[in-house]
Design a protein around this ligand. Structure first.
Ligand code: ADP
Ligand code: MG
Length: 244
């Protein structure tokens, strides 16, 4: 048995008196594409934020490649090199071009020299189909293009694991497809991805696992065909019914 890339064990997280995550267990192997679904407020974003230490946890462990990332002496910068994040609202730097956004992390965090960062950055923009927009600023790009820059920026750090938090939720419907196509391409290339999304087309065709989170607990976890076609829990069935 090889050890999982991500191993979340009995994770608890509260905000004040509100228990947000209540004993979450989740493992991911390299190459897994895990899609996390669940009602608004169920704790999906919080779970992602616990994985890359954007928020502290109360108890339990989050281990990446066998290293507990939540221990006090853990190096958050080291973790951020290994875990990339793509946000719902893109979070691009408005004053930097597409290429500038993609090269910033490699230069500042990885210490890459500017020429190499630019060369590799152009490759990552090409991967998301945006090499021709390398010199455009975010405001000159569509939402779908901005999100593809956000993905290229995450890829540029060469992470072990990519987190996506509702990457298409802020997009006009006609722009969702281009972002989903890029994500499907990453999945095909074996990139390990933990994705919060209600894009069922993506979930059915690209996910290795679906996890249904409700009220801070994983209610059900299984391959897409099982979870979508023969869900075991009433709560899962109700939630899936509401999505249609
Ligand atoms: P989801 O992404 O599934 O919609 P979230 O993880 O964003 O859910 O939120 C889960 C719960 O935690 C919600 O009730 C939300 O109000 C609360 N919450 C999330 N972030 C914070 C925060 N920074 N401070 C206080 N409460 C928060
Ligand atoms: Mg959320």
């Amino acid at each position: 048995m090889t050890r999982p890339l991500l191993d979340i064990d009995d994770l608890y997280k509260s905000y004040g008196s509100e228990d947000v995550l209540e004993g979450v267990d989740l493992e991911m192997d390299r190459g897994d594409v895990t899609v996390l679904i669940g009602p608004s407020g169920s704790g999906k974003s919080t779970l992602l934020r616990c994985v890359n230490q954007l928020t502290d946890i109360d108890s339990g462990t989050v281990a990446l490649d066998g290293t507990d990332v939540t221990r006090p002496e853990a190096d958050v910068n080291e973790l951020r090199k290994q875990v990339g994040m793509v946000f719902q609202d893109f979070n691009l730097f408005a004053h930097l071009t597409a290429l500038g956004n993609v090269t910033l992390g490699p230069r500042k965090v990885l210490g890459m020299d500017a020429d190499e960062a630019r060369e590799r950055g152009r490759e990552h923009l090409e991967q998301v189909g945006l090499l021709d927009q390398a010199d455009s600023y975010p405001a000159e790009l569509s939402g779908g293009q901005q999100q593809r820059v956000g993905i290229a920026r995450a890829l540029a750090m060469d992470p072990e694991l990519l987190l996506f938090d509702e990457p298409t939720s802020a997009l006009d419907p006609e722009l969702v497809g281009e972002v989903v196509d890029v994500m499907r391409d990453l999945a095909d290339r074996g990139i390990t991805m933990l994705v919060v999304s209600h894009e069922m087309g993506f979930a059915r065709s690209a996910a290795s696992d679906i996890v249904f989170l409700d009220d801070g607990e994983i209610v059900e976890h299984g391959p897409p065909e099982q979870l979508f076609e023969t869900p075991e829990a009433d709560r899962t069935r109700e939630f899936l019914g509401r999505l249609q």
